[in-house]
Design a protein. Structure first.
Length: 459
């Protein structure tokens, strides 16, 4: 199996090294939430892996029409075909841009115009999504705008994880508050519209969220500010979340060093959607579902969202696992979230939920070293919870000081790279000394907790 993992890792490295990649998006975006429409024009900078005549494939939302693509003022041939729907990108088309033979410079600037409406798919986690194969949280409507990688609202080249720059000028109705990935310039007014410019470097996504009802709470501390955007959450609850997430970020930074892509201001946005996935993050931005929190507050089940928010904050550091090795992103983010709950909230057994879930895994559930990059079936339990129990076993064996020192060394060694399970094993195995066999046992054992790791924890 190690030989197979090595081959996969080398293939991923070669693919990444030779792939076309985006370098910059300079876009003017006009949003009209009442009609659900979006119009986009501007430039997409691309670094080509090879020059000359060829077809450049990009993903775009299936409800959008590509109106123009040109290079150096010359229109290019563009063809579109349906793309296979996936759970993460359920509504895309493949846009094929035909490059001429005259392309000699690998650095090109495509002039683009496109627009349309996001297809109205059921929102994840709502009754309308029951039994559906496709659902999408991203939307443009009179209540909110939410746009990210999932909807392919911008022309996407290659897989998620590549970094690029962005300069976005966004126009939307007056009275709406816009939150984005990057740093905003002061908004200007033009007739019935507000225009805001957002600029960012070394980002992996273009995220825009807007609402006519957003209120912002800012918590200022010595090393930075947390801004929380919400429309219906109680202010005391919001303020507590800002304080807790800032404390978690300080804990992570003390443990791992400063995360790439972060800034002095961290924005937490409670999107005014009813349900949807619990949250996602793109440093230094965290997005969560306001509806999920409101339901928890109404039922008296929620007093703090630290566990989920700290998981997303931990992704500021843990986001470089790719392909099958994506389990590393979720395993480390989940374990560091439990670490934050342990230190900040004082919970003595923050892994009890993970232990219960893993104990129910069938004997033939795939091991960590083979689990697909998919949360369906047993994937979620393996990637988030079994991986967390593995890290806890290593922490117990090594002791806190040595374990967290290795976590920091691991992060610093691979940040900015895209790695798989092979690199994880190659780093950790020789550093575990007498506990090296423990790593292989956890990585390669199917089913629940490996039997020979010691007596099972009381559940």
């Amino acid at each position: 199996m190690r030989r197979v993992l090595a081959a996969i890792s080398l293939l991923l490295a070669a693919t990444t090294a030779n792939a076309d990649r985006p370098t910059v998006y300079r876009l003017e975006i006009v949003l009209d939430p009442p009609t659900g429409s979006i119009e986009v024009r501007g430039e997409v900078g691309v670094t080509l892996s090879t020059v000359g005549p060829r077809v450049l494939p990009l993903r775009l939302h299936e409800g959008f029409e590509v109106r123009r693509v040109s290079l150096d003022g010359q229109p290019l041939e563009v063809t579109t075909v349906p793309a296979e729907a996936t759970r993460l990108q359920p509504a895309t088309q493949l846009v094929k841009i035909h490059l001429p033979a005259t392309v000699e410079d690998p650095e090109i600037q495509l002039q683009v115009e496109y627009g349309g409406h996001l297809n109205r798919l059921p929102q994840f986690g709502t009754p309308a999504a029951e039994g559906e194969d496709r659902f999408l949280d991203d939307t443009i409507d009179a209540e909110r705008v939410e746009l990210a990688w999932y909807s392919a609202w911008y022309l996407q080249l290659g897989d998620f994880g590549q970094t690029f720059e962005a300069d976005l000028l966004v126009a939307l109705p007056k009275g709406w508050t816009l939150v984005g990935l990057g740093e905003p310039s002061p908004p200007t007014q033009s007739g019935s519209r507000t225009r805001v410019r957002w600029s960012a470097k070394a980002i992996q996504d273009l995220v825009l969220i807007a609402s006519p009802d957003f209120e912002v709470v800012r918590v200022q501390q010595d090393d930075g500010t947390v801004e929380i955007y919400s429309s219906r959450l109680p202010r005391p609850f919001v303020k507590r979340q800002a304080e807790e997430i800032r404390t978690a970020l300080e804990l992570f930074e003390q443990t791992l060093g400063r995360a790439e892509g972060t800034s002095a201001t961290v924005r937490l946005v409670y999107s005014p959607r009813k349900a949807g996935q619990g949250g996602y993050s793109r440093a230094p931005l965290i997005v969560a579902s306001e509806g999920v929190v409101l339901d928890g507050l109404a039922e008296g089940e929620v007093t703090s969202m630290l566990g989920g928010l700290a998981h997303e904050a931990a992704h500021f550091w843990w986001h470089f696992g790719v392909g099958q090795g994506d389990w590393m992103n979720e395993t480390f983010a989940e374990y560091f979230a439990r670490f934050a709950v342990e230190r900040i909230l004082g919970e003595e057994r923050p892994l009890a939920r993970a232990q219960r879930a893993v104990s129910r895994l069938p004997d033939d559930a795939p091991p960590l070293a083979e689990v697909p990059a998919d949360n369906s079936g047993d994937g979620y339990t393996i990637r988030y919870f079994k991986g967390s129990l593995m890290l806890d076993a290593l922490r117990t064996a090594l002791g806190d000081e040595a374990f967290f020192a290795l976590c920091r060394e691991f992060y610093l060694a691979f940040r900015g790279r895209r790695i798989g399970t092979r690199e994880f094993h190659s780093f950790w195995q020789p550093r575990l000394g007498e506990h090296a066999a423990l790593l292989d046992l956890w990585l390669d054992s199917p089913g629940a907790v490996p039997a020979s790791t010691g007596p099972k924890a009381e559940l």
